[in-house]
Design a protein around this ligand. Structure first.
Ligand SMILES: NC(=O)c1ccc[n+]([C@@H]2O[C@H](COP(=O)([O-])OP(=O)(O)OC[C@H]3O[C@@H](n4cnc5c(N)ncnc54)[C@H](O)[C@@H]3O)[C@@H](O)[C@H]2O)c1
Length: 385
């Protein structure tokens, strides 16, 4: 095989975006042969491609080697499993599933078909700024991590956004709010750069700012196995909001804010310094370093190129699909903690959370009003930081 024939399921904002850059030739050795949507009008812009109205037909068509799943989140699991069981490689949009038990089902299907490639679309991992931070942390330049705080309260969304499609911001259609839709990238980066939390205490306000039933304003406290602590704050209702990530280690502190990454490097380890300093108010000397962001052109295409190379050449994946479970688990745990008013130890009990979510779906009396929104450039929604 010298190229990957790919199909896309779901031709909304994200599916169309993927289709366009593949058709523009931004991914070498990857040919978009087929598209699939349940809405016939969404297929019309692709008259030269094979068109399907169901993912089952696409997966069994013989027209594709791989499928990119860009539908509402709940279907990521069922379509992903169906594709794997039929010998198709999968690239799944974030979040890989709505809840941990579904992530485990998808991961188990992949374990049964390990010769298929399972990637997840966490494109921020392809951006130089985050890769540099990852390298710096992995090489020990920050020392041992002691605190991680991310205030990302600038995911501002209007009522028109929530009214733009029926599945959004409902327990049944989306399975969650800001934690599951806007924050998977941030949660993924936090656990990838540092480590997954070992416990979470969440405070989630449901429909605080919008006429929705899911969370749109969240604060959660977390701890990691090494004793590092952190706070994650997010909102889709606050404006102007803040986007500031702070990672503190024994050798200094990193702050990412307003597109700038600053590393305040302790010349000596703060713990050693504390033990050996002769004066009570002495402090380690610091160096102030600004880390250049580097170019981040088309990070989605970079992740898809890596997926293509993994299929054709066995190149290691930037984002192995199973790693997509961490951000889902964090989102689920914060919500579960808030709903049950208790601290949640990780690993989260996936079936218990699934039962809770099913109860929310069953008890829901919320009526979603879908309103046509004016055409706008959705790529403005991609996080810059
Ligand atoms: N990686 C990123 O930067 C990024 C950005 C935005 C959205 N996303 C993710 O992409 C996914 C889609 O989000 P969106 O904003 O494009 O949503 P959307 O509502 O704009 O599009 C969803 C599409 O799925 C189609 N669809 C629904 N059910 C289907 C079915 N059974 N079979 C085939 N098609 C079906 C709809 O017709 C629509 O075309 C979500 O999981 C979202 O989290 C990722």
């Amino acid at each position: 095989m010298d190229k990957v024939r790919i199909g896309i399921v779901g031709l909304g904002n994200m599916g169309r975006f993927h289709a366009n850059y593949i058709l523009e030739g931004k991914v070498n050795r990857c040919e978009l042969t087929s598209v699939c949507s349940i809405v016939p009008a969404e297929l019309e812009p692709f008259p030269d491609l094979k068109q399907f109205s169901s993912s089952e037909e696409l997966i069994r068509s013989g027209e594709i080697d791989a499928v990119l799943i860009a539908t509402p989140h709940f279907q990521h699991t069922s379509m992903g499993i169906d594709a794997l069981e039929n010998g198709i490689h999968i690239m799944v949009e974030k979040p890989i599933s709505v809840h941990k038990a579904d992530c485990e089902r998808l991961i188990q299907a992949h374990e049964k078909h390990p010769d298929r490639v399972f990637g997840a679309m966490f494109q921020l991992r392809a951006e130089p700024r985050w890769q540099k931070l990852k390298k710096l942390i992995d090489e020990g330049e920050l020392g041992e991590i002691v605190r991680i705080n991310w205030i990302i309260s600038d995911w501002y969304r209007t009522e028109a956004y929530y009214g733009s499609s029926a599945w959004r911001a409902t327990w049944k259609g989306e399975g969650g709010g800001v934690l599951l839709n806007q924050c998977p990238h941030n949660l993924d980066l936090m656990q990838w750069l540092c480590s997954p939390p070992s416990k979470i205490r969440g405070f989630c306000q449901l429909g605080r700012y919008h006429g929705i039933e899911v969370e749109d304003n969240v604060t959660f406290y977390f701890e990691c196995a090494n004793g590092a602590t952190g706070v994650f704050v997010t909102s889709t209702g606050e404006f102007p909001g803040t986007n500031r990530l702070e990672i503190s280690g024994t050798r200094g502190q990193i702050v990412v804010e307003n597109g700038v990454t600053r590393f305040t490097r302790n010349e000596s380890c703060m713990l050693e310094f504390s033990k050996t300093a002769k004066a009570g108010f002495a402090k380690p000397e610091v160096w102030n370093v600004e880390i250049p962001a580097g170019n981040a052109e088309m990070p989605h295409a970079i992740v898809l190129q890596n997926f293509t190379d993994a299929i054709l050449d066995g190149t290691p994946l930037m984002v192995p699909g199973h790693e997509g479970m961490h951000s889902v688990e964090m989102a689920n745990a914060a919500l579960y903690s808030s709903l049950t008013d208790q601290t949640i130890e990780l690993p989260l009990d996936g079936p218990a959370y699934e039962a809770k979510l099913n109860q929310l779906i069953a008890d829901s009396t919320f009526e979603k009003k879908v309103v046509e929104s004016s055409g706008e450039d959705f790529t403005k929604s991609f996080t810059k930081q």
